[in-house]
Structures are given as structure tokens and as C-alpha cells.
Design a protein around this ligand. Structure first.
Ligand SMILES: Nc1ncnc2c1ncn2[C@@H]1O[C@H](COP(=O)(O)OP(=O)(O)O)[C@@H](O)[C@H]1O
Ligand SMILES: [Mg+2]
Length: 152
């Protein structure tokens, strides 16, 4: 097998990391994505990818998780909800995906001047070449954003 056929057979790098749906997991998601992009020799994407995964995983935790990293024991007895952070390369894009167990879709709002929240998806839209979501037949949904691998 020559070098070219070996290269062609290599799968595109990809990763999935399941995390507890807790506020503290957002930090882990950011670090994970930064580390992957460093390993994949795409460090120029790290700041933007961190921002995007931060917004998407914060939303996923808010939609399905616990409000605190130190819940009462009673809040844990039904099981700890999860989110899943994915990153892969496809067609010249780094694709960030965040799964959560809620079927409710994300919706970009037009935050007013005095509104404290409601700008996360606007930020994602500004940073990403494209973003969207897809329901999963097995339950929940994936919210995704594509970042161009080519530096601007
Ligand atoms: N993963 C999600 N699951 C369900 N609803 C979501 C999700 N992400 C976003 N949303 C909805 O979209 C709205 C806008 O999200 P965003 O722009 O991040 O603003 P904020 O999080 O500050 O409300 C959220 O308030 C929520 O209603
Ligand atoms: Mg948000």
C-alpha cells in the first residue's frame, strides 16, 4: 500500500465526549475542544471553537441538566442527565455538535438592549459559517455549528 492509499484510508478525526449535564461540564467541554484542535494542528480555531462549544453546552445543560454542580442528594436519585460534545472535520469545516435529551429546538431570539441573556445563539451565528439542529430518532437533538478550517 503506498502513502497515498494509506492517507485515503485514514478516517477524518472525530471525537465524542459524554459529560454530566452540570454547569461545571461546560469548562470541560471548552478544554476538550481546545485540546483536540491542538492535536489536530488547528490551534487557530481554538478560541472560536471554545466560544461556540461554551454557548451550545451551556444551553444544553440549561435545557436538560441541573442548575448546580453540588445538588442535593435527592436531585441525583433519578439519575444524572448527560450531554454529549462532538467534534469532527468534514468538507473543510470543524463541526461542533452538542447533544442533549430535550426535544425542544433552540431558537435564536432578538435580545433587547436591556436583556441580560438571549445572545448566545447570535454569537454562534456570528462565529460559525453555519449552524442548525437535528432531532435524533433515539431521542433528544443535536445542535451543531461549522467553523471553516481555513484561516480568514
Ligand atoms: N439546547 C437547547 N435546548 C432547548 N432550547 C434551547 C437550546 N438552546 C437554546 N434554546 C432556546 O433558545 C433560546 C436562545 O438561546 P440563547 O441565544 O443561547 O440565549 P439564552 O441562553 O441566553 O437564553 C433559549 O432561551 C432557549 O429557549
Ligand atoms: Mg444560551
Amino acid at each position: 500500500m503506498n502513502t497515498r492509499s494509506v492517507r485515503a484510508a485514514e478516517p477524518s478525526p472525530g471525537s465524542r465526549l459524554a459529560l454530566a449535564a452540570l454547569p461545571g461540564s461546560v469548562r470541560t467541554a471548552r478544554r476538550h475542544v481546545r485540546e483536540l484542535l491542538r492535536r489536530w494542528a488547528l490551534p487557530h480555531l481554538a478560541d472560536t471553537a471554545e466560544l461556540v462549544v461554551s454557548e451550545l453546552s451551556t444551553n444544553a445543560v440549561r435545557a436538560t441538566g441541573l442548575a448546580t454542580d453540588s445538588p442535593d442528594y435527592g436531585e441525583l436519585s433519578g439519575g444524572l442527565p448527560a450531554i454529549c460534545v462532538g467534534l469532527h472535520l468534514a468538507g473543510g469545516y470543524a463541526v461542533i455538535e452538542v447533544w442533549d435529551a430535550s426535544d425542544r429546538p433552540p431558537h435564536r431570539t432578538d435580545a433587547g438592549l436591556d436583556d441580560e441573556g438571549g445572545r448566545g445563539l447570535l454569537l454562534v451565528e456570528t462565529c460559525a459559517a453555519q449552524w442548525g439542529y437535528r432531532p435524533q430518532v433515539t431521542g433528544g437533538k443535536v445542535v451543531w455549528a461549522k467553523l471553516s478550517v481555513t484561516p480568514c
